[in-house]
Write a protein that binds this ligand. Structure first.
Ligand SMILES: [Mg+2]
Length: 109
């Protein structure tokens, strides 16, 4: 079992010990992911780009990742497979010769 799958099993165990799966429908998991990503954004609000507390960043990033893993787990998606598939698509959208050192969106390359 991969490290990520072991982590997901720990998260699921935590959830199941509290009988919270009943609350974890797809919509609410997606909302929770978005809310946690907003909490991550809040660390940067009204500050310079690199002026944030690393301990808070770790906490909010963990929250975001845990909800992302729970969504994947709910739909029996392999984290490795969905990331590799999306990276293949991204590689097609952003060929190195056009994208290197360039932050332009793919539809404007
Ligand atoms: Mg949070």
């Amino acid at each position: 079992m991969s490290d990520i799958n072991k982590l997901i099993q720990e998260i699921v165990k935590f959830r199941d010990e509290r009988d919270w799966e009943q609350f974890h429908n797809s919509k609410d998991l997606a909302l929770a992911l978005s809310i946690e990503s907003s909490e991550l954004l809040e660390l940067f609000l009204w500050k310079d780009s690199e002026d944030f507390k690393i301990d808070k960043l770790k906490e909010e990033l963990a929250d975001v990742l845990m909800y992302a893993f729970l969504i994947a787990n709910k739909h029996d998606l392999s984290i490795a497979e969905i990331i590799q598939e999306k990276m293949r698509k991204n590689a097609e959208k952003y060929p190195v010769d056009k994208s290197k050192g360039n932050a332009t969106k793919y539809n404007e390359l």
